[in-house]
Design a protein around this ligand. Sequence first.
Ligand code: OTU
Length: 570
Amino acid sequence: MPLIEDCHVISGQAHLPARINELLESAPITRAVVLRERLNVEFPVLSDRLSRLYGGNENFSDWLNQLVIQSIHLALARPDDLWALDIQRASQPNWHLQGSLGYCAYTDKFAGNLSGVRQRISHLQELGVTYLHLLPFLKPGTPPNDGGFAVASYDEVDPALGNNQDLQTLTKELRAAGISLCSDFVLNHVSHEHKWAVQARAGDTHYQSYFHWAQSAEEVASHEKNLIQIFPNTAPGNFTYIPEVKAWAWTTFYPYQWDLNYTQPDVFAEMTKSLLQLANLGVEAFRLDSTGFLWKRAGTNCMNQPEVHWILQALRCITNIAAPGVLLKAEAIMPTQDLPPYFGLGDTKGAECHVAYHSSLMSASWVALAEENTQIIQDVLSHTPALPDGCAWMTYVRCHDDIGWNVLRPELDARGPDQRARLLHASQFFAGQVTGSYAQGASFQTTDLHTAHGTNGMAAALVGIGSATSEEERNLAIDRLLLLQGLSFFMGGLPLLYMGDEWGLSNTSAEELDTRKGPDGRELHRPYWDDKLAALRQVTGTTQHHLFHKIQQLVQLRKCNLLCHPPYRC
Ligand code: OTU
């Protein structure tokens, strides 16, 4: 059932192709009836969006039918409990907004492996968590692999963390505890060790078509002049020469992450298949990584192209058909003004993602802390649109990435030509380079003292819990963190806590950093969970206790607030 009724295509009794009708006729009657209802709504929208992308291809109709057949087979394979959950959620489109609280962690750092996460469920329940985002747990390429964001197989759990059966057991236990598991789904790129990349390197032209290639240094240069750099220090440029292919692969992120080519319809079909298979293992939400970069258009910065939204809307149709209880979350770390389309607003109107990160609000809250002035938060909020029914911002204070400063450029530029210096100030402040700063963070991807890119560090280190030398300073630092969490909790979206922030877990130690492979500065805020320190949350008088109980109070307050004012909107 679509959450946004108002699509370009009028839905009704869709004319379904004969092969799809035949499949439904041979399917168990109760599922077939429901699937037919869903297809009546979704098939016209799906074929519209996909024909915008692939309609020019000769065999488009056959390909589309095959895609729908694949999705129906996966819907028929959906375990009974998940099928029932789909039906229940379709009748409650705001199910994920009823007092939800998110929590985000690396599986290995939080609990060793997927089975270990089951031992942490009681902790999550103590907090009132309803949504758990475990950072990439699918089979990655050999390190360095961008913390798992270079995926070698979307169909297998990382053997270091368990297997698909462990994943299924975990999702079941979490569900029984009222917690939905969210998995990253890295749509934009794959590891250079993924079988598609391996076959492309071996000369298979079909798999070469799964990637983007530049044939000459001139072609690379002509693209580069329009593109941004995500990791300017550690992975400069957006292309990597692949000697076996004698061409440059498009690699927006690290050289070992090859961007997928969504003009190739098989890429879309294969990725949707993997997503539905994970949904059938009980994954209830997908964090769609780096969505802004999915479509390249020469002469542009290749970000937020309209086709990105046709891809995402088609994906939404597919989940609405085969797993409608599943949530789609856009990870588009873009200025606020670029985000409404990810919720299906604007020129590319149509049901799209349920949730998107509000990264500008997050970064603005840190600038405000450094400036002791809320102006920038107010500017961001004034650019933040109201959302369609069933949609929400994901609000947060910290996550596994750096605090990116550049998303705030539009707000600052609107206030004057000299205002970007405020980002530099914030960056220096949190790196402890400004007189009076209490922060123990570090700048990310810039060694140039005149540019601000991002800031690394755990919240506790950034607000001054680590540098406090007296009770008074410590309380002040805790209050700073609560102030930021309060904003995230009461903005009206779906708040997300980052692992350990509930009791003040600090930066990764210098010794530990030395042992990690690769030079990624973000490891500073990817420490191991510390059971001894975490246990202090039960001991009165400790920082951990103080913080944890205040966070619990915020959670309670939020629940009461929601009970008194449902439904809430921002
Ligand atoms: C995402 O991030 C992930 O969250 C990062 O952990 C990955 O490195 C990256 O994708 C590649 O998979 O631009 O819109 O710190 O904010 O890389 C997506 C920089 C992104 C991240 C950025 C980001």
